[in-house]
Design a protein around this ligand. Structure first.
Ligand SMILES: N[C@@H](CCC[C@H](N)C(=O)O)C(=O)O
Length: 269
């Protein structure tokens, strides 16, 4: 009897934030194993990814999104991951052009374009933005630190992000660190991600946090649409702000299939 089996996986990316996806509707994969997830996300010895997701069935919803960071630990919401799993669900025939699914931060509504590669994902409402010196701290499904800067193209985001993520205030629970500068009608953003412990090419909950924090700082109210450029492409965030609460928050952008394959794993994983 063989002690090795093959895991069929799919790779997707949303503005360069890349993920391994597995159809686990039959619950064949036991994913409560950080070393297993981290090994698959490893860019040299595994498939490679900023995170890994399992699409599972959930009563009352089209599907459930179960998300892990590349360090192998389950995490809070991933916005780009959410957009990618919607594209994956569409590919599997689980959904049509709109969906209601469950993620770790609650229910999400999303739509996907007919061509299947542009996803608009509703994020949680936000009613609190705190200050940490000149920076903003808020939770858009995941915790974010947002700090305005200049000369962002040449910034050492890894070093600056790491310093903040591991300072006394944040080191226990961790935080994602977003550096931002105005660009055209919107912003250029670079993010150091907790759980990847590196800069990623995009962070969906991060650009959402930036758009909300900048609207508050600029005194904007009403229906707002904010384009954001990240290292891996372009995203857009639209929302309503009444001066107290951010509602109807949508993260929009590309979610694209990259490749699929099989990888040998120990049986029972
Ligand atoms: N890439 C994500 C955020 C994933 C979670 C994050 N690393 C954390 O642990 O908070 C996104 O697109 O939102």
């Amino acid at each position: 009897m063989s002690d090795i089996s093959t895991l069929h996986f799919y790779k997707y990316q949303g503005a360069g934030n890349d993920f391994i996806l597995v159809d686990n509707r039959n619950m064949a994969v036991n994913h409560h194993n950080p070393a297993f997830i981290a090994a698959l996300c490893d860019r040299r010895f595994g498939i490679g990814g900023d995170g890994m997701m399992f699409l599972q069935t959930k009563e009352g919803y089209d599907f459930e999104m179960v998300y892990y960071n590349s360090d192998g630990n389950p995490s809070s919401m991933c916005g780009n991951g959410g957009r990618c799993i919607v594209a994956f669900a569409r590919h599997l025939g689980v959904i049509g052009e709109e969906t209601n699914f469950l993620a770790v931060d609650g229910p999400h509504y999303a739509t996907i374009s007919g061509s299947g590669d542009w996803v608009s994902l509703q994020m949680i409402d936000v009613d609190e933005i705190k200050n940490d010196g000149d920076a903003f701290v808020l939770n858009t499904g995941s915790p974010h630190y947002v700090c305005r800067t200049s000369e962002l193209a040449s910034a050492d985001v890894f070093a600056e992000g790491r310093k903040i993520r591991y300072n006394d205030r944040y080191k226990e629970k961790g935080i994602n660190v977003n550096l931002v500068e105005p660009e055209g009608e919107g912003y250029f953003v670079r993010t150091y991600e907790r759980g990847v412990e590196d800069e990623t090419y995009a962070c969906g909950t991060g650009v959402t946090a930036v758009a909300l924090a900048m609207a508050k700082q600029n005194g904007q109210k009403g229906e707002i649409s904010t384009p954001v450029r990240v290292l891996g492409g372009n995203l857009n965030i639209r929302f309503h702000y009444d001066g107290q609460r951010f509602t109807n928050v949508f993260l929009e952008g590309p979610a694209e299939f990259v490749f699929e394959g099989g990888i040998k794993i120990p049986a029972g994983s």
